[in-house]
Design a protein around this ligand. Structure first.
Ligand SMILES: [Zn+2]
Length: 447
């Protein structure tokens, strides 16, 4: 009896260990199976992935005889590299990495074995428009940057381009050593933040609207090109004097002194609070991909630094995806539609939580200011007829003898063209010249 009892105990222990181990494996398979199967070193997997098409049915990627092929058009291949991803899987935010399981038909039960059911889900139709992406890429003219545009009603991302880029069909041999490809695996639309310059005046203006409801139409300041604030000078571009201006004229002229004085009067705390309400210092989530933060930290800023922060210098950084949804929120009365890359119930799709970034009055007032910018300063002639573009440009000074970051952010106040966008080009000529012409090219392709 004694021996049998001992054997039973041993058996029970072994059984418990076995079941524990099995449970551990199942739990891990459930939570990590997808990642295990999709490791970049399983390089052959991308060659089994299904077709990826754009919204008009153009093939962006396909597999044949164990090889992965991309669009026939080199410009399209380069323009959409970061959205689709590369064959080796280095671009972690691309569709082929994030949705690799869908594309290969990976399934928790059957693994990577094709079944009549899993092969059904191995194709993807993206919301992007390849012509708009190619137009944006061409307008970058070989410079680095990001261009992203979406339909603020449906959430469809129509254009998403990052540079530097490379041709996924002919991966350059010197990609790891040539400086021209530095950062080529990074999607600048999602994973980078840049010095914004004057596009940040939109945030400063919104903060003032909260404190003084009539400020957007009544508050004036004088500008004589340069003024001492907090011990050193704040200057306007080329030392230009803008005279006595209200907010409409100050935003149109992109007057630094107006917005520096405005921030001085409201104080750093009010600007910090409003910026955070509008999505600064927050990692936005793009269906599981963590977006790089836009950041503002005024905790150690003196009066002069607060003035420069108010015009998007100092240590302020902005992310293109965030700027796009911020503009989408202005267009939609303060709450933005969650962007998506596919229409079906996949990782990059679905309804998502709409984000409230400001109240409806602030959105309406910002819309008036941004519309005035294009109507009275940049010129509607820049854009396709009837798009009713509302926008703000910026030139973020980055120092080190480099030319500025050239930005344009905005949206079309139009039921026919409900597009919001953010564009940044590094080392460009100017906001309107460089970023404005890129936005124009993108909108022409969608007109
Ligand atoms: Zn000025």
């Amino acid at each position: 009896m004694k021996t049998v009892g001992f054997r039973s105990v041993v058996l029970y222990i072994l059984l418990a260990v076995f079941l524990g181990g099995l449970g551990y494996l199942v739990v891990n398979l459930f939570f990590h199976g997808r990642q295990w199967a999709m490791q970049p070193y399983n390089g052959h997997l991308s060659a089994q992935m299904g077709d990826i098409k754009d919204r008009n049915g153009n093939v962006l990627a396909t597999s044949q005889d164990g090889e992965r092929f991309y669009s026939d058009d080199e410009t399209v291949r380069r323009a959409l590299l970061h959205t689709i991803g590369d064959t080796a899987g280095y671009i972690g935010t691309g569709v082929q990495s994030v949705m690799g399981d869908k594309l290969t038909g990976y399934n928790l039960i059957t693994g990577l074995n094709r079944t009549p059911f899993t092969s059904l889900s191995s194709k993807l139709e993206l919301t992007v428009d390849q012509a708009a992406c190619a137009a944006a890429y061409n307008a970058m003219a070989g410079r680095s940057g990001a261009a992203i545009l979406y339909d603020y009603e449906t959430g469809d991302i129509l254009c998403k381009v990052s540079a530097p880029t490379f041709d996924p069909a002919f991966v350059p041999e010197d990609i790891e050593t040539n400086d021209a490809y530095k950062g080529a695996y990074v999607d600048n639309t999602l994973s980078s933040s840049f010095t914004p310059g004057s596009i940040f005046k939109v945030v400063t203006a919104a903060a003032a609207m909260d404190l003084w409801p009539d400020s957007w139409s009544t508050r004036t300041y004088e500008c004589w090109g340069s003024e001492e604030i907090g011990g050193s000078n704040i200057t306007c571009l080329h030392g230009e004097s803008h005279g006595n201006q209200d907010m409409f004229a100050a935003l149109g002229n992109s007057c630094n002194i107006y917005f520096a004085k405005l921030a001085g009067d409201m104080g750093g705390e009010a600007l910090q609070r409003k910026a955070e309400e509008m999505g600064f210092n927050v990692n936005l989530d793009f269906h599981g991909v963590t977006v790089a933060k836009s950041s503002l930290d005024l905790s150690a800023a003196n009066a002069n630094e607060l003035g420069w922060a108010a015009v998007g210098q100092y240590t302020v950084l902005t992310n293109p995806y965030h700027m796009m949804v911020l503009m989408g929120a202005v267009a939609k009365g303060g709450t933005y539609t969650q962007p998506r890359l596919t229409e079906r119930g996949d990782f990059f799709s679905g309804v998502g939580t709409p984000g409230r970034l400001m109240g409806p009055e602030t959105a309406q007032q910002l819309k008036s200011l941004l519309r005035s910018d294009v109507e009275n300063y940049y010129g509607d002639w820049m854009f396709p007829q009837g798009m009713n573009v509302c926008a703000k440009t910026g030139t973020g000074e980055v120092g080190e003898g480099k030319a500025p970051n050239c930005w344009m952010v905005g949206f079309c106040d139009s039921a026919q063209y409900p597009y919001a966008f953010a564009v940044v080009v590094e080392e460009g000529e100017g906001g309107i010249e460089t970023a404005g012409s890129l936005v124009s090219a993108m909108l022409q392709a969608l007109a």
